[in-house]
Structure formats: structure tokens, C-alpha cells
Write a protein of this length. Structure first.
Length: 402
């Protein structure tokens, strides 16, 4: 029997392994030089001024909301189609989530669905919007920014770019996802989980063009401690008789978390980033091959919807008309699994989760429901071959026809 094809898989090579071994043989296992190295590499890869590495994409989202000083009762708009971590990061700081609908074909929040969500907000309480780039497709950032400038100019536009490392914005200028080159967003969050384009094992990052904000996030990722003498408040403890800062001294001025990432993980991620261009091109080629292979299954199956820009493809989300098929998605997934093909669904609309049903009042979001009802993520990773893609398509065709 052919090898099982999971929906995702990391690609680790000899250079990645050597980079990790070098750290294991060094004097530093955590909070050492590899942290600064990967942050510099991420700056270069995304064209941004500041990168703050942390231990998960969820931590990155949480750091962003903490760094904005969101308070209990503040509102943040989040699209309904995303992983729960995007909304949870708002709740971690006591904020209220207002869910926006999405385009039923792409799963992305649009300027129109953003404006509709804003009408459900209190203008005095709305503080931020999370644009979620889904599967590698990027939102219409200029359009979202225009909507905010016209109706809520003080609201921060943030990016959950956990799916989009290596992609470009749909501006036609080749601007890399990650802030810096793009003026409309304040911070972007990335995941470096093994399922993603580049991995640190577990890990995440925030990118921003604001160095003061980045400094604050670095302190928040390490318990909230500061070692900046210019910020010290307790002068008697902080400084010696000559007015010099005591070398051991640090201060806790606000509570943070231990969101640091080890040098072991950072070394792996920095090595992976050297192959970012290869990963992006390889996944793009596989997506093209999928589009061709799945065309034979039309109209029951539609290929992954596209937007402008060059996506850093994280997922291949085929659209299947399960209602017309007369076969449930669960049945299709089980039969594909039995035939050696792994699949997944990205995502259940977050407002339907019991927690958010208890804590939010959300009108029906038909675009999100339509996207969720028809989507199925097929295997996509750099080591997948064209033969594997053909096998997935042929297996899917047999399962749907059975």
C-alpha cells in the first residue's frame, strides 16, 4: 500500500539538523544569540523593521493585544473563519470580540464585511481589527485600511498572518507580508508551527515597524521585566552611589508571560528561513498542479479560490458541493483516510463555538457558513510530489463517485 499522505508535514534537511546540533554544542540553549539571529533573518525575509520571536503563533497574537493596552470592554473585530486563537487573544486581555462575515469563496474578511461588523460596534469601544490571511491568501489590506480611515481612523489594523509567511500583498508591488513595506497595518503575527511554511518546531513571531512597540513586546514575552535603566522607577534600588545602574537589577512594572523561544528552536527556524523562497515556489507549483488535477472533478469539486498577490500557500482548500453530492464531508474524510489521504477542515466558524455563543451576540454570517460547509483541506507540503497530488485527486474522485 502507498505511504499515507498527511494534510501537512514539515521539511527538515541536513542543514537544519546541523544548526540545532551547533546550538546543543554551544554555551547557550535559550535566550542567546540565536534569538537575535532569527529576528534579523525574519526582518530580511519580510522587509520589516522589527521582529519579536516567541514560542507560538498564539503567543504572538496575545503579545500584540497586550502591547496595545486593550482593556476589558474594548472591542476588536475578528473574521469568523480563523483559528480560535485569533479571537482568544482578544479575550485574554478582557476585550470583546465582534465577528465579521467573510467572502464565501475565499474565507477572507472584505471591506464590505468589515463595514457591516463595524455597524455592530460601539464607536467609542472599537480599538482594533484583526485581518486574517487564510491558507496563504491575503486580505485586501488597502481596502480594509480605507474603510477604517473613513469611519474609524484611530482603530489599529492588525494582521493574523500565521498562514501567509513568504506571500505578498495584493497591491501589485511585491510587498512582502509582514509590515514594514506596508503602511496600513500596525503589527503582523506569524506561526512557525510544523504545519506552516517555515518551522521552529513550535514558535511564532510579531513584526512591526514601531521599535518602541517591539521593545515592549520583548519585555512582555519575558514576564514583563525591564532591564532598561532609563525606565527604572525605583531609583534607590536601581542605582549605586555613583548613579550607575546596578548590574543585577531589573524591574517588573507590568505582568507579562514566559513566551520566550529557545535557541534550539531559533536555530532551526533561521536555517529554515534560508529556504523560504524554495518553500514558497514549491508550494505554488503544487497548488497549480492541484488546480489542473481537480479540474477533472468539476463541477462537484472546485479548485482553491485565489486572490491577487503571490500567496505563501499554507493550505490547499478544495471546495466540494457535499449537499449536491449526497455524501457527508465526514464520510468523505473517513474514506479518504482509509485510502491513505489525510484531510482537515479550516475552520469551524468561531462564533459557533459554545464559549463564543455564551460571550458574544452575533447575527447570522452566511458567507462564513457557506465557506465552512464546502471546504476541505487536502495534503500540501514541500516534499509532496506531483505523483502524490495526482494520487490525491484520483482518490478523491473515486471516493466522491462511490
Amino acid at each position: 500500500m502507498s505511504a499515507f499522505l498527511p494534510y501537512c508535514r514539515q521539511d527538515i534537511d541536513a542543514d537544519d539538523i546541523a544548526a540545532v546540533i551547533d546550538v546543543l554544542r554551544s554555551d547557550w540553549l535559550t535566550t542567546g544569540p540565536a534569538v537575535e539571529s532569527i529576528e534579523a533573518a525574519l526582518n530580511k525575509a519580510t522587509g520589516t523593521a522589527e521582529s519579536v520571536i516567541c514560542n507560538s503563533g498564539t503567543a504572538a497574537l496575545h503579545l500584540v493585544t497586550m502591547g496595545l493596552d486593550l482593556k476589558p470592554g474594548d472591542q476588536v473585530i475578528v473574521p469568523a473563519i480563523t483559528f480560535v486563537a485569533t479571537a482568544n487573544a482578544v479575550r485574554y486581555v478582557g476585550g470583546d470580540v465582534v465577528f465579521a462575515d467573510v467572502d464565501p469563496d475565499t474565507g477572507l474578511m472584505t471591506p464590505d464585511t468589515l463595514l457591516a461588523a463595524m455597524r455592530n460596534c460601539d464607536p467609542k469601544r472599537l480599538k482594533a481589527v484583526f485581518a486574517v490571511h487564510l491558507a496563504g491568501r491575503t486580505c485586501d489590506m488597502p481596502g480594509l485600511a480605507r474603510a477604517l480611515r473613513q469611519h474609524a481612523p484611530d482603530v489599529k489594523l492588525l494582521e493574523d498572518a500565521c498562514h501567509a509567511l513568504g506571500g505578498t500583498y495584493p497591491t501589485g508591488n511585491g510587498e512582502m507580508v509582514g509590515v514594514g513595506a506596508h503602511p496600513d497595518s500596525y503589527a503582523a503575527c506569524f506561526s512557525l508551527h510544523p504545519a506552516k511554511m517555515v518551522t521552529t518546531g513550535e514558535g511564532g513571531a510579531v513584526t512591526t515597524a514601531d521599535p518602541a512597540y517591539a521593545m515592549r513586546l520583548r519585555e512582555l514575552r519575558s514576564h514583563g521585566l525591564t532591564r532598561r535603566s532609563s525606565a527604572f522607577q525605583n531609583k534607590e534600588l536601581a542605582f549605586d552611589a555613583d548613579g550607575k545602574p546596578n548590574p543585577w537589577y531589573y524591574e517588573l512594572q507590568e505582568v507579562g508571560y514566559n513566551y520566550r523561544l529557545s535557541d534550539i528552536n531559533c536555530a532551526l527556524g533561521a536555517a529554515q528561513l534560508t529556504r523560504l523562497s524554495h518553500f514558497v515556489k514549491r508550494r505554488a507549483a503544487l497548488v497549480d498542479f492541484y488546480d489542473t488535477a481537480l479540474a477533472e472533478l468539476a463541477p462537484m469539486v472546485r479548485p482553491q479560490a485565489r486572490t491577487s498577490g503571490e500567496p505563501g500557500w499554507h493550505l490547499y482548500t478544495a471546495r466540494i458541493d457535499f449537499a449536491a453530492l449526497g455524501k457527508t464531508r465526514a464520510t468523505v474524510m473517513r474514506e479518504l483516510q482509509a485510502a491513505g489521504v489525510g484531510t482537515q477542515v479550516h475552520y469551524i466558524p468561531v462564533q459557533l463555538q459554545p464559549y463564543y455563543q455564551q460571550h458574544t451576540k452575533t447575527a447570522p454570517l452566511p458567507g462564513a457558513w457557506k465557506y465552512y460547509s464546502d471546504t476541505l483541506s487536502l495534503p500540501l507540503y514541500a516534499t509532496l510530489t506531483e505523483t502524490d497530488v495526482r494520487r490525491v485527486a484520483e482518490t478523491l474522485g473515486r471516493v466522491l463517485a462511490a
